[in-house]
Design a protein. Structure first.
Length: 137
């Protein structure tokens, strides 16, 4: 084995020499120190609770049939919509106040061209949470 190593050291190795004309020297500017970039993590997905799921929980807590709880909640939503359509202000204890507010006509800008446009008047539903709800959250 020692003979093989000695022969390998003694054997001439071929080194190819490239012509000087083909060698390019690239000068670069010193780069800024590399900093580890921490990607922001996505917030945990927020669960969306449907009316059916609320009805199922209500039925369980109140010991009534799921179908009956769904009927009650559907009726409640219908009543809320009817009162909001007629312009009433709804105060729900522990939750807050729902009301319809008028948004007047206003001037805006077309984002593509920048020209002024008129945005027509509309209505919006405003919700103001109750103190109890704010404290609970």
């Amino acid at each position: 084995m020692a003979a093989n190593q000695a022969a390998a050291k003694a054997a001439p190795t071929k080194v190819s020499k490239a012509p000087a004309a083909s060698v390019k020297t690239v000068l670069t500017k010193p780069s800024a120190p590399k900093v580890a970039v921490v990607q922001p993590t996505k917030p945990a997905a927020v669960a969306t609770i449907s009316l059916k799921q609320l009805a199922a929980e209500l039925a369980e807590h109140q010991q009534i049939a799921k179908r009956e709880a769904e009927t009650i909640l559907t009726g409640l939503v219908g009543l809320l919509v009817d009162h909001l359509k007629s312009g009433d202000r709804l105060r729900i204890g522990g939750l807050g106040i729902l009301e319809v507010k008028d948004r007047p006509e206003r001037t805006g800008r077309n984002p593509a061209t920048g020209e002024p446009i008129t945005i027509k008047a509309s209505k919006k539903i405003a919700f103001r949470p109750a103190k109890e709800l704010k404290a609970a959250i």
